[in-house]
Write a protein that binds this ligand. Sequence first.
Ligand code: GDP
Ligand code: IMO
Ligand code: MG
Length: 425
Amino acid sequence: MKKNLAIVGLQYGDEGKGKIVDILSERYDVVARYQGGHNAGHTVIIGGKRHVLHLVPSGIFHPNTKCVIGSGVVLDPLALIEETQAIEKTGSHVKDRLFVSNRCHIILPYHRVQEAAIELQLGERRIGTTSRGIGPAYEDKMGRRGLRMCDLMDASTLREKIRQRVEEKNRLLAALKYPQTIDPEPICDAYSAYADQIRGFVIDTSHYLNQQIRAGKSILFEGAQATLLDIDHGSYPFVTSSSAAAGGAATGLGIGPKHIHQVLGITKAYLTRVGSGPCPTEALDARGDELRNRGVEFGSTTGRPRRCGWFDGPAAKYAASINSVDSIVVTKLDVLDTFKEIPFCVDYKYKGSLLNEFPADAEILAKVEPAYKQIRGWNTSIAATREWSKLPQAAQDYLKFLSDYLETPIAMVSTGSDRDETIHM
Ligand code: GDP
Ligand code: IMO
Ligand code: MG
């Protein structure tokens, strides 16, 4: 039996999960997204053509792979409609291949308004969210006042439920002194129409996945965001609102944890972060700009410049342990081609002492001093290298150091954005 595999980000997102899920999904029967929403931006490049997926699993470009959006995802119906239409235009098909959970919570327009109001109120302390309504949708889920896909599918009660929720939100906006009220009627009309457009995708995905498991089919669990943005284990409060770490796959899909057989952690050879929050290894000098320019580090969802810096060892070690990763994929090694020396953070110091644990308090994380080991660069292009033996010795040494540091074997190295620009170990 083939083992089910969870793929998770070990940093602050954008590690290149989309590329790796796309490559590996050919070998799996089903690819399932378990959390997040259209805050994710997963880039898949096939034959030079760029596709950015936000909601649909990155397995959609393999015709024999089924794709599932599980109940742990918060779903904006319009985003799903637009994305499925864009996929159809590429010649890939979604009909009878994409399944959406009837328990998914729905993002409504008032979630985005609520998010804008809260971010405005936070001022300097704002999270720097993707403005997709993700946080407020999860708040409503946990507050037990959310609307789910099964509500969207029930035309007889949908209007009444939306009107009731909008009334509550208008009271909240008034309390926040936010100069906007929401009219429920256009939302009712739009969401009734969306319901008809997506009805064909909606099923009990937990039932479906468990059936697939019983039939001996293999499943790839696709994480969005990443461990350091996980609601429980990330750099709280500068996190997203879902369980991005591997454990989230069980709750977010309604399968037992024993069906997650292996965990693959994805990390860049350096580090990026979008939005606010501590980032100890951020390079605020010209080398940070060099990383951004070489790595084209601009958000796939919002287009914001990503903050760039060096590989953060303590953070990656912590993330590897949270997920119990079996092996890792190191991406974007080619971006480091031009550096004579590459700083690699091996320890955090706080108030003069070494920290033994990844700090829970974001204020401490913001103040730690990274201790760097300088690793010799290779100063030659490794772009598109497909074999380990063709990598320069210094590049092999960098990867060996990283792997030894994390005490985890490397399964793949990515040397470019295309499917083929990959070393399989
Ligand atoms: P995800 O959110 O983890 O799926 O990652 P994103 O797609 O948001 O960001 C990763 C970016 O890096 C995308 O633009 C990819 O096309 C690109 N990328 C992935 N792997 C490599 C690589 O090895 N080298 C280079 N230069 N770019 C890569
Ligand atoms: P992928 O799946 C990078 C960040 C936002 C913000 C914080 C909270 O492409 O790796 P949210 O809108 O989720 O409430 O924002 O999380 N963020 C991401 N950063 N990659 C992502 O997804 C992200 N999704 C959210 O920038 O700091
Ligand atoms: Mg991304």
